[in-house]
Design a protein around this ligand. Structure first.
Ligand code: 8DG
Ligand code: MN
Ligand code: MN
Length: 368
């Protein structure tokens, strides 16, 4: 055939951080199914299996068209036997028995409901499910001992499981800007997470805060929290030193600024009248919204921006690329070159991609 008649071969790179993954793609009917299986694997703490399903789904998200036959997938990376058989069944029958039975299963639904409570992880939810509990109401009815986060999680369950709109995220942004600027006028506030990637809704709103003068950001977080609390804007907050650091992701950053990086998990009280001016007087006039605040020193700002923009799989793949292909260790604080035995500085996300030998992928195409 003439070259113009040949079906273009799609050369898909195998790491998600080497690909452009838009928010809207052509294979949701397949990726949603694979992500149910990934979620179910997470519920049974089978990380390897979960990541395998997420990688498969991610490859389909990067395709420029809807998959119609299984043959179209034969040259694509990351598609394991199990994922392929699920995809094949959906293409042929419209649904996958495994996915549907997972979706319907009492175990899956209970885990979904209980891990949907803010402050409840897989381990705790699993213990409760084994004790016969199925929903947040069961936690209250059986008088389960709950920590402060979980108490707030149960109390605001409905609100926190109502997707946050972009409009609401913008109202929260204005509040956070106002709080931070009142305390440190030259501070820089960036919206990160899903909203930075262009999502229209999210489960929370994520912010990263820094200051161009290194050190000026120290002790800022407690001040922000106090300011917000004084205004009656917080329903819950827990400020921690960055615990991610102590995780097993390898050398994180120079130990000198070890305790400068702080984060705050919070629940904001958002006045609805600010959004819905037609709200009836008798209607609830506020709603609870999860907000994550992170403060980073300026020297780490690029790494923090990259690390907090997501998606989770994109981040995971960046770190895997750094480690496996480059002999480097990437975190939200720094990039360490294990061969040269030194940290590589960067003042922008672009520079980090360059250090990693990757083409720059903008946030809107990190929806892996
Ligand atoms: P969503 O809220 O709309 O559901 O999506 P998202 O914004 O992509 O998810 P997220 O759960 O809010 O996470 C945003 C980014 O933050 C994501 O890339 C992962 C990253 N992240 C955490 N926890 C931690 C942590 O402890 N340390 C670091 N460095 N990053 C983290 O979620
Ligand atoms: Mn988020
Ligand atoms: Mn978050």
């Amino acid at each position: 055939p003439k070259p113009s008649e040949v079906t273009p071969v799609i050369r898909m790179k195998s790491y998600a951080c080497q690909r452009r993954t838009p928010l809207k793609h052509h294979n949701s009917f397949l990726t949603e199914a694979l992500e149910i299986l990934a979620e179910n694997a997470e519920f049974s703490e089978n990380e390897g299996r979960s990541v395998a399903f997420r990688r498969s789904a991610s490859v389909l998200k990067a395709l420029p068209h809807a998959v119609r036959t299984i043959d179209e997938l034969k040259d694509l990376p990351c598609l394991g036997e199990h994922s392929l058989s699920v995809i094949k069944e959906i293409l042929e029958d419209g649904t996958s028995r495994e996915v549907e039975s997972t979706r319907q299963s009492e175990q899956f639904q209970a885990m979904k409901a209980l891990t949907g409570v803010f402050g409840v992880g897989v381990k705790t939810a699993d213990r409760w499910v084994r004790e016969g509990l199925r929903s947040p109401l069961d936690l209250v009815d059986t008088g389960q001992k709950l920590n402060h986060a979980q108490q707030a999680g149960v109390q605001y369950y409905k609100d926190l499981n109502t997707p946050v709109t972009r409009k609401e995220a913008m109202v929260i942004s204005v509040i956070v800007e106002k709080a931070v600027k009142a305390l440190l006028p030259e501070a820089i506030i960036t919206l990160t997470g899903g909203f930075r990637r262009g999502k229209e809704v999210g489960h929370d709103v994520d912010f990263l805060i820094t200051h161009p003068e290194e050190g000026a950001e120290e002790k800022l977080m407690p001040k922000i929290v106090n300011w917000l609390e004084d205004q009656g804007l917080l329903l819950y907050q827990k400020t921690t030193r960055n615990s991610y650091l102590e995780s097993k992701d390898g050398p994180a950053r120079p130990p000198s600024n070890m305790d400068r990086f702080e984060r705050c998990f919070s629940i904001f009280k958002l006045e609805q009248s600010k959004i819905d001016s037609n709200a009836h007087a008798e209607a609830s006039s506020w709603r609870a919204i999860r907000v994550d605040l992170v403060v980073s020193p300026y020297s780490q700002f690029a790494f923090a921006t990259l690390g907090w923009t997501g998606s989770k799989l994109f981040e995971r793949e960046l770190r895997r690329w750094a480690g496996q292909e480059k002999g480097m260790s990437l975190s939200s604080h720094a990039l360490y070159d294990s061969k040269k035995k030194c940290y590589l500085q960067a003042s922008s996300e672009e520079e980090i991609f360059t250090h990693l030998g990757l083409e720059y992928i903008p946030p809107s195409e990190r929806n892996a």
